[in-house]
Design a protein around this ligand. Structure first.
Ligand code: NAG
Ligand code: NAG
Ligand code: NAG
Length: 194
């Protein structure tokens, strides 16, 4: 697994020195909401075959097929850029109002799971947990290339190992993003990719 994690502080530095649009290589485009952070991703020599912006909310969280209500007051936006030819993804995740500790048996508590709306399913991607940039906002940004690792085993095999991001493009409704808290173990927030 190749992981490139850009810290929030480094990103703001990149944003401060980057000339507008100077780094758009046909990949990530900012949408205004996230200020200039994504210019950091635009410097990567990389083309996305798809992009998603997913809003994650407490009401979408389930344990099995039971809605739990998640962690009230928490919300998030997960912006994803995928390249299914090179099995590569980049992300900009911003969550607000998170409480408790990150908690998950996986390598991290911030995931893409393979699960349709209203159902639990195995993690396929473990993102670095978002880090605080102010007292209400946490951010994770970076890129990973497969083979992926989640730290969760199914039949002795990591649930990320055989995953290709092209599976999301083939069926975005079959995948969701989430983050788990010690105060809401099944998930604080969740968002269906489509
Ligand atoms: C990205 O795509 C553009 C347009 O298809 C192409 O000109 C460019 O060479 C590609 N860049 C890389 C690094 O693959
Ligand atoms: C969070 O930051 C805001 C503005 O920066 C401040 O007004 C507020 O009191 C802070 N809240 C806490 C709980 O520290
Ligand atoms: C999910 O529900 C099952 C069955 O009710 C329960 O045993 C389990 O502890 C729950 N999991 C979490 C993480 O709350």
């Amino acid at each position: 697994m190749k992981v490139s994690v850009i810290t929030a502080a480094a990103l703001y530095t990149i944003a401060a020195v980057a000339a507008p649009s100077a780094h758009n290589l046909g990949g990530w485009r900012g949408n205004g909401r996230d200020r200039d952070c994504k210019k950091g991703l635009d410097t990567l020599p990389f083309n996305f075959t798809s992009k998603y912006s997913v809003r994650a909310t407490p009401d979408q969280v389930v344990n099995g097929t039971t809605f739990t209500g998640g962690l009230p007051g928490t919300s998030g936006v997960y912006d994803l850029g995928l390249n299914s030819q090179s099995n590569f993804l980049c992300w900009y995740i911003e969550i607000k109002g998170f409480r408790g500790e990150y908690s998950s048996p996986a390598l991290t508590a911030t995931h893409i799971h393979q699960s349709p709306r209203g159902q639990s399913g195995p993690p396929r991607i473990a993102f670095p947990n978002p880090i605080p940039i102010d007292n209400n906002t946490r951010v994770s940004v970076g890129c990973q290339q497969g083979p992926f690792r989640t730290g969760i085993l199914a039949n002795g095999v990591d649930t990320g190992l055989a995953f290709n991001v092209g599976q999301i493009e083939a069926n975005p409704a079959g995948f969701d993003v989430d983050v788990h808290s010690s105060l809401a173990l099944p998930g604080a927030i969740r968002g269906q990719i489509a």
